[in-house]
Design a protein around this ligand. Structure first.
Ligand SMILES: Nc1ncnc2c1ncn2[C@@H]1O[C@H](COP(=O)(O)OP(=O)(O)O)[C@@H](O)[C@H]1O
Ligand SMILES: [Mg+2]
Length: 253
């Protein structure tokens, strides 16, 4: 697999009486920045957990290129996940380990290389993100922006072909949000991977995304490049954009 096309077809998921995914159809393009947007509580993270095999749908299909993954064994998912990276909002670094140990962790925990080789690769990834000097630091010694870089270096050490970012800028100040947006662009340039960004940050979405898919009431109500969203007359789309886009962009004017 190199940067795969990811296709979701007719994905349904309920938790008890709550229908969260009500027939999701979406295509995520290879080597592109694909955004999934929608209201908080709308099912974005639930969709993402299906894409990485952490949740099993009630029905539907998830295709990675020509491989349909729903119903596959844990072994098949584990093999696929070797080529995936998932970045949560807080980066989830281990404070008890040095930066270098954090970044090399995914390699040596799987026994894929000796510690020395894992450390060498970690240094390389850190250098690419201008963080080489932090190798022996603790995450707690770093600024929030630096920790983001380290978390990204750790995600990149396995040379993933699909990267998932769940709300990477939520709760960050504008300056740090911009840095994270830059990191996402840089990640695409460096890896050519399929990037999937879950967000409700509308300005970032409209500037960064190649493709956007919007979830509403458990379905994708609109998908396409940012222009399609700017031009949409759909009340749910306009309301969402207007509600979230108070800021310097003013694209609704
Ligand atoms: N494991 C779970 N069990 C029960 N309900 C869940 C579970 N995970 C998510 N939900 C519910 O699914 C809905 C969508 O959640 P989520 O995907 O996290 O929304 P968001 O779009 O903000 O990421 C929410 O109502 C949430 O409470
Ligand atoms: Mg979420």
């Amino acid at each position: 697999m190199s940067a795969p096309t990811v296709k979701v077809r007719g994905l349904y998921k309920s938790f008890g009486p709550a229908k969260v995914l009500d027939g999701i159809d979406v295509d995520l393009a290879p080597s592109r920045i694909n955004f999934i947007i929608g209201q908080s509580g709308g099912g974005k993270s639930v969709l993402l957990k299906h894409l990485v095999g952490l949740l099993e749908p009630d029905s539907g299909e998830i295709w990675y290129d020509s491989r349909q993954m729903v119903g596959r064994s844990r072994h098949d998912w584990d093999a696929l996940r070797l080529k995936m990276a998932l970045l949560f909002q807080d980066g989830a670094l281990f404070d008890s380990m040095s930066v270098g140990e954090n970044v090399s962790f995914p390699v040596w925990i799987r026994g894929l290389a000796a510690k020395e080789e894992a450390a060498r690769r970690a240094k390389e990834r850190l250098r690419e993100l201008d963080m080489a000097d932090a190798f022996n630091f603790r995450p707690s010694d770093l600024s929030a922006g630096e920790r983001k870089r380290v978390a990204l270096a750790r995600a990149l050490i396995m040379e993933p072909e699909v990267l998932f970012f769940d709300e990477p800028t939520t709760g960050l100040d504008p300056l740090l949000s911009e840095q994270v947006d830059e990191l996402i662009k840089l990640t695409l340039e460096r890896t050519g991977a399929t990037l999937v960004v879950v967000s409700h940050d509308i300005p970032a979405t409209l500037t960064l995304a190649h493709n956007i898919a919007m979830i509403n009431n458990g379905r994708i109500i609109l998908s396409g490049p940012p222009e399609v969203f700017r031009q949409s007359d759909d009340p749910a789309v306009r309301q969402f954009l207007a509600g979230e886009a108070e800021g310097p962009i003013g694209f609704l004017d």
